[in-house]
Design a protein around this ligand. Sequence first.
Ligand SMILES: C[S@@+](CC[C@H](N)C(=O)[O-])C[C@H]1O[C@@H](n2cnc3c(N)ncnc32)[C@H](O)[C@@H]1O
Length: 348
Amino acid sequence: MTFQNGILPIDEFIEVALYDKNFGYYSQKNPFGKKGDFITAPLISSLFSEMITVWAISYWIALGKPKKFSFVELGPGNGAFCKIFCRTIKNFPEFEKSVKIYLLEKSQKLIKTQKSFIKNKNITWIKNLKEVKNGPILFFGNEFFDSIPIKQFQVNNSKVFEKFISLKKGKFEKFIFKKTSKKIIKKLNNLNLLKKNGIIEYPQKGLKILELIVKKIHKQKGGILLIDYGYKKSHGNDTLQSLKSQKKNIYYKNIGKADITYLVNFELLNKFFIKKKLFFNNIVDQSFFLKKLGIIERAEILSKKKTFKEKSDLYYRLDRLLSENKMGSLFKVIFAANKKTKFKIGFY
Ligand SMILES: C[S@@+](CC[C@H](N)C(=O)[O-])C[C@H]1O[C@@H](n2cnc3c(N)ncnc32)[C@H](O)[C@@H]1O
């Protein structure tokens, strides 16, 4: 089967469209920023990254300030978050001395971008989680999970069909539905995904990665903080979407030239973590989380030294992160850890 002609399940189609070494979107261009196709929270305002960094330091304090501590960023994009993380921890020398920073990135092109952008001796780029050996681990991913391809199934009165895409000469031809194996149906059932008719989205690849992460968390202690575009209650909708030059694109058009994402099902993540015996606090909106961490107070402090123009820019960016109709409630935050903990900062 090639990219040019063939029938691919939705997840394999997305895999090729995003990550193929020759045609893949993330292998060809830098999608981030004003000139790119989309802007993520770390690129909107450094306040976002500062707040998450301070949250990570608070978690480390709650663990009793372990002398060895690992921070793993999942899918660092162009490195914007990590750069601010490295800058912020300079104000917390005890933490800076204890932490080892790891970046897990799939795209070779983005690894190069990150290496030239961040430049810090305390960072190790890893291909495999086995390389992380230092004490308790905190995993962090912003818009990581939504970039891992998902499978789609059509469910009609308990009959389950997997959705495939037929490609001809590298272009979309039609959708094809095939009966699903009993093994997959069992997996979907275990996660309560078959209750609704309609399109069921199953992040098989994402859950495999989370499984490895959870194993690591159980072995070395720690937790995982995920922030993503998503919803709290399962439904039967198709949420695959695509952006090209910050405009909507049909996800099976402009293959390899546009990003493809979906809305993350946080109810499913929650169920998954509980099944894997992790403890989780709550699922909250990004605005709730950042406000609880003091983002508004921090903006007020920073704005005192700024000109009027700089202040307007700062608050314009803050509004994008916090407004209900912008990222504030579209994005959700979840934290799961190996132990029931009193550490609830940001969630209550
Ligand atoms: C939408 S971008 C988000 C980038 C960044 N976190 C931000 O907020 O700007 C998704 C990132 O995850 C990376 N990625 C996707 N799947 C991955 C995987 N399986 N392992 C490691 N990185 C992955 C992509 O290459 C990209 O860097």
